[in-house]
Design a protein around this ligand. Structure first.
Ligand code: FAD
Length: 393
């Protein structure tokens, strides 16, 4: 693997990274901004216009301003067997990355352990229209790449792929997790592993996500102004999101596979009273039809009582059949609700265990939005700071 270290004569961190490469026997060449226009260009790109050094480049990609651990992971080297920091954050979605940004700016040593790619669910949406400050909307993955850089710029370490599989009390207090075959300890831990929307398994549903199939009415309803949509599900989320959709759509077909709606009575009554709503019980959506170019055209629906199948023309399909929290790894360590979401104190992100906070979609009662996840991350960062201050005094 060819390794290039891009440096600038005035960069204080460049000497550290150079020394790490030498100490770890990594053969590399060094290019300085003083002599290499390509180095100046790459550094400006990496820092979004403000040159960022040092930059390590390999055939596989680039990493800017890496910590020793980030560099080791990037170059496929071993990490120390035991790693101790002030705050561990599990999950690199908007909740975890926002907490990391706030903590790193306060010079709290912070490590984010992310099992896949930083960004979380936002990486799956191409246009976010309700994140404040972007009047034309913003590309989801792009927003998350920038947030990751922003957190790292202040010193947060974002390590991936690092799946946390086990959690226990650390010897002498605090929390200890296992990830990437290594042990991680901290007096404070923020769990921000998010949740997964239960996906509609019908053929066509996966292929047409973002092309008419959606899992969040708050996010996507304005795209369906004066159109006809299908809603799959019959619980509280399906009913609440349907009522929101009705502010935009012309007609709404709700398909519930059970013989009755399981939503609260007052929500079900409101839906039933709206002449634009067609409630279909015992009805299973068996296929979503359309193509990625022109979007959704119709859904195929099977009546579970008669077995008959029919086709209903719609331009959008909203699926609300539940969310599954990614909290299996913390079962038995903190209180979870019946569905597995982390229980927090009302109006707070504090859990049943001191020094352990839960932020974002993994939290019981979470609103499942980017802004609310970021807000939880912010709140968690304040509580972590207070905890660390108390420990110092
Ligand atoms: C298709 C789609 C479109 C959406 N559109 C919008 C929108 O337009 N506007 C809006 O406000 N919201 C939108 N949302 C909702 C929004 O994305 C979420 O509410 C938000 O991302 C939640 O943030 P989070 O940080 O709590 O969790 P997530 O974004 O889910 O991030 C959690 C992270 O934790 C990681 N993780 C999980 N388990 C572990 C583990 N054991 N170890 C290490 N890492 C772990 C995951 O890989 C993930 O990266 C959308 C969601 C989807 C699915």
């Amino acid at each position: 693997m060819s390794v290039t270290l891009h440096t600038d004569p005035d960069c204080p961190d460049c000497a550290r990274v150079r020394a790490w490469l030498v100490a770890n026997g990594v053969e590399h060449r060094e290019l300085s901004a003083a002599a290499s226009p390509e180095t100046v260009r790459l550094a400006a790109e990496a820092g979004y216009g403000q040159p960022a050094y040092p930059l390590v480049e390999t055939d596989a990609g680039r990493i800017v301003r890496p910590s020793d651990r980030e560099l080791a992971l990037f170059l496929g080297r071993e990490l120390p067997p035991v790693n101790e920091v002030d705050c561990l954050i599990i999950g690199g979605g908007p909740a975890g990355l926002t907490a990391a940004l706030y903590l790193a700016r306060e010079r709290v040593s912070t490590v984010v352990l992310e099992k896949a790619t930083p960004g979380g669910q936002v990486n799956t949406t191409s246009l976010v229209e309700n994140y404040p400050g972007f009047p034309q909307g913003v590309d989801g993955p792009d927003l998350m790449v920038k947030l990751t850089y922003q957190a790292r710029r202040f010193g947060a370490e974002v390590l991936f792929p690092m799946e946390v599989s086990a959690l226990r009390e650390a010897p002498g207090g605090g929390h200890e997790v296992s990830a990437g075959g290594r042990v991680w300890r901290a007096p404070a831990l923020i769990a921000a592993p998010g949740s997964d929307y239960r996906r509609l398994a019908a053929p066509g549903a996966a292929e047409l996500i973002g092309r008419g199939v959606g899992y969040c009415a708050t996010c996507d309803a304005p795209f369906f102004r004066n159109k006809t949509v299908a809603v799959v599900g019959g619980g509280n989320s399906a009913a609440e999101e349907s009522l929101f959709l009705l502010r935009f759509v012309k007609e709404l077909h709700l398909f519930q596979n059970l013989p009755e709606l399981t939503a609260q009575r007052h929500l079900a009554d409101k839906l039933a009273a709206d002449p634009r709503v067609h409630i279909n019980l015992n009805s299973e959506v068996t296929a979503v039809r359309g193509d990625p170019g022109s979007g959704v055209r119709s859904v195929a629906v099977r009546d579970r009582a008669s077995g008959q199948e029919r086709e209903v023309a719609v331009q959008g399909v909203f699926v609300f059949i539940g969310r599954t929290p990614n909290t299996g790894w913390l079962r038995g360590y903190v209180e979870l609700d019946k569905a597995g979401f982390v229980v927090t104190r009302p109006g707070s992100v504090e859990t049943s265990r001191p020094g352990f906070f839960a932020a974002g979609d993994c939290r019981s009662g979470a609103r499942a939005q980017i802004t609310t996840a970021a807000g939880d991350g912010t709140m968690a960062s304040f509580l972590v700071r207070e905890l660390l201050r108390e420990r110092e005094s």
